[in-house]
Design a protein around this ligand. Structure first.
Ligand SMILES: C[S@@+](CC[C@H](N)C(=O)[O-])C[C@H]1O[C@@H](n2cnc3c(N)ncnc32)[C@H](O)[C@@H]1O
Length: 329
């Protein structure tokens, strides 16, 4: 058994070597870890709790992501980042349901009353798919302040605040061998910072060690394509995914199809609509789903009007769209 004396719990070959080395001198090793650089640490190990500082020194990686020691049986905290689909609870994959079954606690970032519906959806997904009682912990998401001169710096600073919140959650809510889950809207790989922020917590090598597993979900572009019954790109062609903020400067040469997410500024309405078709969807997979498609010149105004009315009615909106330029070969 590995005993801890401050610092992180270790996994992988380093531990095996360490246990062997210290074990040969008798007793269970007490460990002390000291952060050196990203992912690398200096370990001191001793059979004597009172003399860890005078123990043997090792340098190794703090985490081995796929090490056999990870997970509940290996006695290390595990964090599951589970994609839950874009709003339709039926989009949950079997893999996601199985992963949810392993979680001791579900973490929810509360972004205020406007998105209470999304918290409710997570609750109903847990009610439906988790056997027996479950624990859900909601914490206030740090407010995103994008008023600074640099968008990138503002987002990075927001991530740093989130990293502190995440770390505290893992310390407060997870046992040493506990398993916690973030239920991420859509898929964790697309416009979601959970993995990046957890990575930041790992890189900081702070007060808690854990491993992360990502479980894919149906993302908004997939839900959009399914709702309209289309493929996102022509035969053998690329599709570019971007945000409303970047669309105007970011339609690559030679690319016909662009998927736009996170568009609070109606970027499609700023384009010259000639030769562009749009497939637009709001609240995809949800009871309020709205779909509009057609030549941009003909449907742009209708989308703007419906979008504004829906946002007014519900207090929030999620919409995604595909633009296809016909002139590109
Ligand atoms: C913070 S991003 C999260 C994306 C998510 N991780 C995914 O894989 O779809 C939120 C954006 O995703 C898109 N989105 C998510 N769910 C949607 C839905 N049900 N209908 C339309 N768009 C959606 C919207 O563009 C929204 O602004």
């Amino acid at each position: 058994m590995i005993r801890q004396c401050g610092g992180d719990r270790l996994v992988g070959d380093e531990v095996r070597a360490l246990v062997q080395a210290v074990g040969e001198s008798g007793g269970n090793p007490f460990l002390k870890a000291e952060h050196l650089d990203r992912g690398e640490q200096r370990f001191l190990a001793s059979a004597d709790l009172d003399d860890v500082a005078g123990g043997e020194e090792f340098v190794g990686h703090r985490l081995q992501p796929d090490g056999p020691e990870c997970g509940k049986d290996g006695g290390m905290r595990e964090v599951l980042v589970i994609g839950i689909g874009s709003g339709d609870p039926a989009q949950l994959t079997v893999q996601a349901i199985e992963a949810m079954g392993r979680a001791d606690v579900f973490f929810v970032l509360d972004k205020g009353s406007a998105t209470a519906e999304m918290v409710d959806l997570r609750r109903s997904i847990c009610d439906r798919h988790v056997d027996g009682p479950y624990r859900m912990v909601a914490v206030a998401d740090p407010v995103r302040d994008l008023s600074g001169p640099s968008y990138g710096d503002d987002v990075r600073s927001w991530h740093t605040q989130r990293a502190a919140v995440f770390e505290q959650l893992l310390i407060d809510e997870l046992a040493d061998d506990g398993c916690g889950a973030f239920l991420v809207w859509g898929d964790p790989s697309l416009y979601d910072s959970t993995l990046r922020v957890l990575d930041q917590v790992v890189a900081a090598a702070g007060r808690v060690a854990f491993r992360v597993r990502s479980v894919p979900g149906i993302s908004a572009p997939q839900a959009l394509a399914a709702a309209h019954g289309i493929a996102l790109h022509g035969i053998g062609r690329p599709v570019h995914i971007t945000t409303g903020r970047r669309l105007a400067d970011d339609w690559p040469e030679g690319v016909a199809e662009v998927v736009v997410m996170l568009d609070g500024r109606l970027a499609f309405a700023q384009l010259d609509p000639a030769g562009i078709d749009i497939w637009w969807g709001a609240y995809l997979g949800m009871p309020d789903e709205i779909l509009i498609a057609g030549p941009l010149a003909e449907v742009s105004e209708e989308i703007v009007a419906q979008r504004a009315a829906a946002k007014e009615r519900k207090g929030w909106i999620f919409d995604t769209y595909l633009l296809r330029r016909s002139a590109v070969d």
